[in-house]
Design a protein around this ligand. Structure first.
Ligand SMILES: [Zn+2]
Length: 318
């Protein structure tokens, strides 16, 4: 009797262990992260293209173009995504495309759709790089971003997810990925006050991030005048390919820049005119820039806010 009991006990234990093992694998499959879809747009430059959507509880803020550049010795990540999971999915996409380790994470600016995946790459050997103003921007907006994340994006963030740069760029620096030097440029206030672009001389590609919007209405969070000034400087250069922060890559620079330039120039001209006529911001919001409406996606969602921001800036100019 006792022997039979022991046998049953043993079988019971074995079954329990088997169930645990099966359960473990099932749970692993459920939480397994799928690699983010990326496209190699030119030799060694991979982009995940975001959809033109407002960040919300369905897309969890994953709306921007993000990606990576592969050198002979290591990889530079350019922006990490709109939530931590997207960061991990990007990391998986990198592992599927190269055996080389990540050595740099470049954050092009402070906006949530570009930085919320940072935590996926926080490990020894990885240097985070940003504009000299990025640390301050993250510090001043961090708590607000954390508070809004669950309510607007249905994701949980804590202070540990807002990862500031280890290395900052005042004007320009070069980083070497092995046989591939990238030039990182810190821009004067334009889309934000902490815009950083990445130039790869090997393929003559400029990763412009949100200094360039294609299809998606440009969003002003820095300076309308500053942005236009920077675009006028940059349009004189020759690039084979430019990667925008939102929209497809372009290969006809500077032609592809004109839509954004026109939109910003229209705001500048029409708002200045209204200010000169003594009109108020409320009227400007209803009247300025509507000739641009049909040219852009998300116009209704961002245009009025752009006019408000730009009006406040231009109201005080000499
Ligand atoms: Zn942005």
């Amino acid at each position: 009797m006792l022997r039979v009991g022991i046998q049953f006990f043993k079988i019971g234990m074995i079954l329990k262990i088997l169930l645990l093992i099966v359960g473990f694998f099932i749970s692993q499959t459920v939480i397994a992260i799928t690699a983010l879809k990326v496209t190699e747009v030119t030799s060694g430059i991979f982009v995940h293209f975001g959809q033109h959507q407002l960040p919300d509880k369905i897309n969890h803020g994953a709306i921007a173009n993000i990606g990576f550049i592969v050198g002979d010795t290591c990889v530079a990540v350019i922006d990490t995504g709109g939530n931590p999971e997207q960061g991990y999915a990007l990391k998986k996409a990198i592992e599927q495309n190269t055996k080389k380790p990540v050595c740099y994470v470049i954050n092009t600016h402070v906006h949530p759709d570009h930085i919320y995946g940072n935590i996926a790459f926080k490990q020894p050997g990885v240097t985070f790089i940003g504009h000299k103003n990025l640390t301050r921007a993250m510090a001043s907006r961090g708590q607000y971003y954390i508070d809004k994340a669950s309510e607007q994006l249905d994701i949980k963030l804590t202070a540990k997810h807002i990862i500031p740069p280890d290395k900052t760029v005042k004007k320009q620096i070069f980083i070497d990925l092995g046989g591939r030097k990238l030039m990182l440029t810190a821009h004067p206030t334009a889309h934000t006050d902490n815009d950083l672009t990445v130039f790869d001389s090997k393929t003559n590609t400029l990763w412009m991030s949100d200094l360039l919007f294609i299809e998606h209405l440009p969003v002003i969070d820095g300076s309308l005048k500053g942005w236009l000034k920077e675009l006028k400087r940059m349009e004189k250069k020759h690039y084979k390919m430019v990667v925008p922060g939102h929209g497809p890559v372009v290969t006809d620079w500077p032609k592809s820049l004109q839509a954004e330039k026109n939109y910003l120039q229209t705001l500048l001209t029409e708002i200045r005119q209204m200010i000169a006529e003594g009109k108020f911001i409320e009227e400007a919001v209803e009247k300025v820039g509507y000739s641009e409406k049909d040219k852009w996606k998300l116009f209704d969602q961002f245009h009025k806010r752009n006019v408000t921001t730009a009006f406040a800036e231009l109201e005080w100019e000499d």
